[in-house]
Design a protein around this ligand. Sequence first.
Ligand code: DAH
Length: 341
Amino acid sequence: MLNDLDKLKSQAIAELQSITDANSIEDWRVAYLGRKGKLTQILRGLSTLPIEERKAVGAAANDIKVLLDEELNKRHRAIKEASLDGGAQAIDVTLPGRTVPLGRLHPTTQIIRQINDAFTSMGFEVVEGPEVESDYYNFEALNIPKDHPARDMWDTIWISRDEASPTLLRTHTSPMQVRVMEKRQPPVRVVVPGRCYRYEATDATHESIFFQIEGLAVDKGITFADLKGTLYEFAKRLFGAERKVRFRCDYFPFVEPGVDMSIDCFVCGGKGCRLCSNTGWIEILGAGMVHPNVLRGVGYDSDIYTGFAFGLGVERIFMLKHGIDDIRLFYGDDLRFLKQF
Ligand code: DAH
């Protein structure tokens, strides 16, 4: 019996020395020291031996168990060290790490945040509104009655033309002017970023889905000078402190007077180039003094309160800033484009 134990010891140690990986070590442990392992079985069988032999074999088996445990630990350590430091399964610490792909904000989100920041620092609040809108808010309440030719300015995606409640995907963010004024009393100062929809043949400057930011300020004594000052400040923040601005008359049914605002071309400094079509000016938004009909429609007294409103195309602002010539790039999901910003 003692002989058998000796053999078992030498065999176990020889096997252990030839092991080079952690999995085989575990197999070895199960085979010798596990619940049904060879040494465990011998220890279990002790009770069947005569008392004298039992003592001797028991003591020897225990010694071997302690020795094998020690050897097992040593081998474990040796394999671990070898894998860090040479050895068959060495870890090459000079290999480049696995990169964790990091997402980023979409250009539209980035520019919306910049524009919001410019206006919130001037006291405006950011609010949002529904993309599915009623005919009333999108047109009627903005001084664009049924059959008015101004409706032709918008190619509209209708959800329902049901006479009782015509519904559409909003063609602009202007309806939120009305929704906000219905809920609040002046002073009102909000900007409204949001997605808009038009039934449009897409090309380099037109998308059927795009973003606008609407602005509205209403209070006692607001004048065209406030409009100019606010939008001039905005233009300088986004396009540089040395920008000049130009206002020209334009027509939008919900403002009177209505204007478009241009900035002097920041590529050629106003001399004329491709970006500004040789005019020296780049149009960036529409604006005006809120039409008395719109104010009256929400129950404001248009003799007491006045206000200004503006609307701008979000992608257009980003395109101008970064020299992008095709709006379709924004939602084409081409990472080569998106990753640049
Ligand atoms: N809603 C207009 C559009 O989509 C843009 C606009 C022009 C908004 C003038 C305004 C404004 O608030 O005063 O073309």
